[in-house]
Design a protein around this ligand. Structure first.
Ligand code: F3S
Length: 482
């Protein structure tokens, strides 16, 4: 499988700087805080937390700080937060990305005379921060409908800016709508160049490949946008958070069966077709996660992993399986091996008249013994009958050693005696051991239950001999002694 990884995948310049600074400050010996998660990536946030970094969520949290240093993340914050930090004399390091700071400056300046419109997600911290730099009215628009319905209040002049990670093509579409309105609207494209390059490369790769993987945290807006862009060009686009997430979704028995990502890839392997997989990652995805995903997707590793995921079974093993399908004469069973197995009717039971559809159904668990790993057509030959027989053989052996009385149905009247079947094992009771009195017509025992003890147990020679006479004699003795 050919894997194409986007060169622009992963940390952008602004995120890189902020994350590096956070790690660097954990060595400072001071208490470190970040205002909001440093990036939208729980792996990184958790790791920093383990190094003692505390995430502050709201202005009130700043009130509680008595010492330490607050790091402002790349998304930036509203002006009121900076003012609060200054007023309280809290030491802080502003790691707001310079491209975001530029938007703050534009909004601060333009809002002297204009209303502000921000194109972006109103709930995203970057957008919340930008709103907080406007001196006057500021609104946020995220959809085409909102832009189409927009009318400047009191025909006031307007300045439009954008969230740095907004979809560039959508932004262009919105700009056209604004320009046609004919009001005094000045538009500044503040989408970050890194984002444009990132999205353009993802778009190009998604067009070329059969399957596309976008790595990111579900909370990361730019990762979700990459997913949106790739999905429009490659129907088989999947969002994964970590290499572990991907690994789980690929392996059978991982608890994620039915996940179509695994299905798609497994079918690629099965059909042996040469395919390409594209990988990109949001600006908040660390490099090591991208590398791990890339490694998993590389042909050799994936096939190895697939191979390793199958059970290693051997002739003679007794394994648990699941019925896949059943006909009157055979049962197909999944035993977790790379090939499915078959239990034929005569390996299920000694009863030739049995219709297998009346005893099992798809989805049923079944215990089977491996008879042969390949029947010539690539299927595993399995037996259920032999598992049962071995189990019963143990019961018969114990009964023989302990002289326990067994009860079974007479399944056959043969020359010289009776055959009573204990599950799948036939026990022969010679005519002389059927009763303590002479029975001329053994046919009266047909289909009757009979009690006996084992007088001979020899599995090697398949000799299982029963004695019913001794049971009757013992019973009579007991009655007579009363
Ligand atoms: Fe900055 Fe652009 Fe990244 S704005 S934080 S370099 S996506």
């Amino acid at each position: 499988m050919k894997v194409i990884t986007a060169k622009t995948a992963g940390f952008c310049f602004g995120v890189h700087k902020a994350v590096d600074k956070a790690y660097e400050m954990t060595e400072s010996g001071k208490k470190i805080y970040t205002y909001g998660a440093i990036i939208h990536n729980s792996e990184v946030v958790n790791e920093l937390e383990k190094k003692g970094v505390t995430v502050l969520e709201e202005p009130n949290d700043l009130e509680k700080i008595t010492d330490g240093i607050v790091i402002i993340r790349a998304h930036g914050v509203a002006k009121e937060i900076i003012d609060l930090l200054n007023d309280k004399g809290i030491e802080y390091i502003d790691m707001t990305c310079p491209f975001v700071t530029r938007i703050h400056d534009i909004v601060w300046e333009q809002s002297k005379e204009r209303d502000i419109v921000i194109i972006g997600n109103p709930k995203h911290p970057e957008v919340e921060g930008i709103v907080g730099w406007s001196r006057g009215r500021a609104s946020v628009m995220n959809t085409k409908e909102e832009v189409e319905n927009f009318v400047p209040e009191d025909s006031h002049p307007v300045c439009v800016v954008s969230q740095t990670t907004f979809n560039f093509n959508k932004f262009k579409e919105f700009v056209e709508i604004f320009t046609k309105k004919g009001y005094d609207i000045s538009i500044v494209n503040t989408i970050c160049n890194a984002t444009i390059q990132h999205q353009e490369e993802a778009k190009r790769i998604a067009q070329e490949v059969d399957l596309m993987i976008v790595i990111g945290d579900p909370k990361s807006s730019n990762s979700r946008k990459l997913f949106e862009i790739c999905s429009e060009r490659c129907k088989k686009t999947y969002f994964v958070q970590t290499a572990e997430d991907l690994r789980k979704r690929l392996l059978p028995g991982s608890g994620c069966e039915g996940d179509s990502l695994g299905d798609e890839l497994h079918s690629f392997i099965d059909t042996g077709s040469v395919r390409t997989v594209g990988i990109t990652a949001g600006a908040s995805t660390p490099n090591y996660i991208i590398e791990e995903v890339q490694k998993i997707m590389s042909e050799q590793t994936f096939e190895q992993m697939l191979e390793e995921s199958f059970k290693n079974i051997h002739t003679g093993d007794v394994v648990e399986g699941t019925v896949i399908s059943v006909t009157a004469n055979e049962i197909a069973v999944n035993v977790g091996y790379k090939s499915d197995g078959i239990v034929s009717k005569n390996e299920y039971s000694n009863d030739n008249s049995l219709d297998l559809t009346t005893v099992v159904k798809p989805g049923d668990p079944i215990t089977v013994k491996v008879i042969k790993l390949n029947d010539g057509d690539g299927q595993v030959v399995l037996s259920h009958k032999r598992v049962v027989a071995e189990k019963v053989s143990k019961i018969l052996e114990d009964a023989f050693n302990e002289k326990t009385v067994l009860k079974a149905k007479v399944t056959e009247v043969v020359k010289g005696g009776l055959v009573a079947t204990v599950d799948e094992i036939p026990v022969f009771i010679p005519a002389s051991l059927v009763s303590d009195t002479f029975t001329k017509n053994l046919g009266v025992y047909a289909d009757q239950e009979i009690e006996f003890v084992m007088s001979e147990f020899n599995p090697k020679k398949r000799r299982y001999i029963g004695d019913a006479r001794v049971v009757l004699e013992e019973k009579k003795k007991a009655i007579n002694s009363l």
